[in-house]
Design a protein around this ligand. Structure first.
Ligand SMILES: Cc1cc2nc3c(=O)[nH]c(=O)nc-3n(C[C@H](O)[C@H](O)[C@H](O)COP(=O)(O)OP(=O)(O)OC[C@H]3O[C@@H](n4cnc5c(N)ncnc54)[C@H](O)[C@@H]3O)c2cc1C
Length: 654
């Protein structure tokens, strides 16, 4: 079949919702767009009035969560930052910004959970009247904690565009769990809201999809326990896998036999060896498995590490419960704490976007109605309220900071000047303090006068790229028929495809009948097996920024069709909307013990050197902890505020 016919079969020409446009007008906000006056013409705004008139958030119908198509680091959010990188801050227009005369107690760059939490903590310390400005380059707040909305006839469907769940809240620090509680979040209520029995009661379970390009044939096999694949390999399943017979036997051996593959080494030496051996090499060199085993397990580390088993240490995989270590005694890790194990159920329907929304509710009066963790789920945000003169806290979206500079030398300065670009125009504001809760790697461009040592440390990590696609389908009968709820696809474009989490709370109800429209969640973590992990992340990022929405859409349709057609799924008629949350700058960089030492003192870690206060400028965000979690973003926001408390006398403007 030629490509055109195939595209037609997939439904590439069908009408689906791709709401990239608001009121028929693109809200892509790159400088070029503004420069060529699309926005100006669209609204009839004369050029000189552009700077003050540029306020898309105040337009009726401005509601980013409802946009589909390409989201995440969407077009319009990254262009100015890349210009800063490429021009190294020497853009002439930015050197002469408009001075709007705005002055704040605190200017925060980054409206993710870390920046929002920092604003919350600062107000606790300096008073609710403190004047705070939060700048963010996206059209929506929350950073990675983004909400995706869909409409299924009269029903609202909610998805998470990034940050998925509150993971293991019992392990949260006093500060981070304290914040959740102050916002009204009671984690134990999720035991009621998350229906842990629904899929079991319908006899749905995990499955593996073997694709013909990798395994010679398309085959969907029900296989219990998919997350950290292969924890419950059964003979009856393994025998149907389209892999060599020797590989099937090897998988069973890895799973069930108590074999020590490094018998000559004492436990501590064994551990040292496993730390410096990839899981792939462990399987091939020590467990001596057939190469087909590697093909099956290759992508099983993708969701956690954003790389395959070639770039994750065997030691990490042993700790995570991957097969092959049953007979190997290893020293107990201080991080292992089985008593702290909690089910993975602490999930709002829009993921941790609800935490961001609860923060905004507490910071900006009138932005989000309601009072509880339940009513936040369906509360519509009023974007026109976010940046309002009458509010002590203002959140200014579509605004990229390009400079943060002390007025006078950092040791004696009383203020920091922050320059940001909005609607193609540079503006300047002043703050008595500044917190950069953005990405570590952009900080050296914002503050070129920092020491080389600090800049080098900030530039050390490479954020991990990944894609969360939400696909609205008209019904999920195919899943019911095939008896699956989540699919691991080691060789396919999207390595994981799952039915949305069955969570109902407040006025929001999970579509628990298979006849109803629901959301599928698809994961892709682009990487380049064989390279070291940082180079894999760089290659993945490049792939993401150069992949069109059309390519994502074609892959969504092709893969869902091939996996689910035996259950009656038709990609042409059953897909109603697609949102691709593309995160070239995704998870914070986490040190990888396979490639770098983890035994250096904490004070010598790049994230610790990089986050040192620089005069009145402090640095927050999850990169500064080297861990990609919501609680670390909160803790680091708190730490940055504590640095202000410790090192400066607070100026309040009221
Ligand atoms: C896809 C995905 C899934 C995740 N799932 C989970 C999960 O299930 N559980 C969990 O605990 N953690 C999860 N995480 C990690 C968690 O999301 C993060 O640790 C946390 O939300 C990061 O918050 P942050 O404020 O530090 O950074 P961010 O959320 O990245 O916010 C920083 C903001 O600053 C903006 N910014 C950067 N530079 C500038 C500039 N120059 N000017 C203006 N703005 C700027 C950024 O664009 C961004 O909006 C996930 C992350 C991703 C990407």
């Amino acid at each position: 079949m030629n490509d055109k016919n195939h595209d037609r079969e997939l439904g590439m020409e069908r009408e689906i919702t791709r709401r990239d446009f608001l009121n028929g007008i693109s809200i892509a906000l790159g400088t070029s767009l503004v420069a060529n006056s699309t926005w100006v013409q669209a609204f009839g705004i004369p050029q000189p009035a552009l700077a003050s008139a540029f306020a898309p958030e105040k337009q009726p119908g401005y509601y980013p969560p409802f946009k589909t198509g390409m989201r995440g680091n969407h077009d319009g959010s990254w262009e100015v930052a890349h210009e800063l990188r490429d021009g190294n801050g020497k853009n002439e227009d930015w050197a002469n910004p408009i001075n709007d005369g705005e002055s704040y107690d605190l200017v925060i760059v980054g409206g993710g959970i870390s920046g929002l939490a920092a604003a919350y903590f600062y107000r606790k310390f300096a008073g609710q009247q403190s004047k705070i400005l939060i700048l963010d380059n996206h059209d929506d707040f929350g950073g990675h904690a983004k909400r995706n909305e869909f409409q299924a006839e009269k029903r609202l469907l909610l998805g998470y565009g990034g940050t998925q769940s509150i993971e293991a809240p019992r392990n949260y620090s006093k500060v981070s769990i304290g914040l959740l509680k102050e916002l009204g979040i009671e984690p134990r209520r999720f035991f009621k809201y998350y229906d842990q029995k629904l899929f079991d009661s319908m006899h749905l379970q995990e499955a593996v999809f073997f694709d013909k390009e990798t395994f010679g044939t398309d085959r969907l096999l029900r296989q219990k326990s998919l997350h950290y694949f292969a924890v419950d390999l059964r003979m009856e399943n393994v025998s149907q896998m389209p892999i060599a017979e020797a590989a099937r036997q090897d998988l069973l051996r890895l799973q069930h036999a108590s074999i020590d593959y490094l018998p000559e080494l004492a436990p501590d030496k064994k551990q040292a060896r496993l730390i410096k051996t990839s899981y792939k090499d462990f399987l091939l060199q020590y467990a001596k498995v057939h190469p087909d085993v590697v093909k099956v397990l290759q992508a099983s580390t993708h969701d956690l590490y954003c790389v395959g088993i070639d770039a994750v240490s065997a030691h990490d995989c042993a700790r995570e419960g991957f097969p092959g270590f049953k007979g190997m005694t290893l020293p107990k890790s201080h991080e292992e704490n089985p008593e702290q194990d909690e089910p993975y159920i602490f999930h709002f329907p829009d993921g941790n976007a609800s935490i961001a929304r609860l923060l905004v509710r507490s910071l900006v009066p009138g932005a989000l109605p309601g009072h509880t963790m339940e009513d936040i789920v369906t509360a519509p945000a009023n974007y026109a309220r976010l940046d309002d003169n009458s509010s002590a806290v203002r959140i200014r979206l579509n605004s990229t900071a390009v400079r943060a500079k002390h007025v006078e030398d950092p040791a004696n300065a009383k203020e920091v000047e922050v320059t940001y670009v909005r609607g193609g125009q540079a503006h300047r504001v002043r703050g008595a303090n500044c917190i950069l809760a953005c990405y570590n790697m952009i900080v050296p461009y914002l503050c070129p006068e920092m020491s080389d040592k600090q800049k080098e440390a900030l530039a050390y990590g490479v954020k991990m790229p990944l894609v969360y696609a939400n696909v609205q389908i008209s019904n999920w009968k195919a899943f019911q028929k095939l008896g699956v709820s989540a699919i691991y696809a080691p060789g396919a474009y999207f390595t994981n495809v799952t039915l949305d989490f069955p969570v109902s709370m407040g006025d929001y109800h999970f579509p628990s009948s298979p006849e109803q429209s629901c959301l599928l969640h698809l994961l892709r973590t682009p990487c380049e097996p064989g390279l070291d992990c940082k180079d894999q992340y760089r290659a993945g990022r490049f792939e993401l920024v150069s992949t069109t929405f059309e390519t994502f859409e074609r892959n969504v349709r092709d893969q869902l069709g091939r996996m689910l057609s035996a259950g009656g799924f038709d990609p042409a008629s059953d897909i109603q909307a697609i949102t691709v949350n593309r995160w070239p700058h995704g998870y914070a960089y986490e040190y990888n013990q396979l490639f770098e030492p983890l035994d250096r003192p904490v004070s010598e870690r790049p994230c610790v050197i990089g986050r040192q206060p620089f005069g009145r400028i402090k640095i927050a965000n999850s990169d500064t902890d080297g861990h990609a979690y919501t609680n670390t973003a909160i803790d680091q926001g708190y730490r940055a505020v504590q640095e202000i408390v410790r090192t400066t006398s607070v100026r309040t403007t009221s």
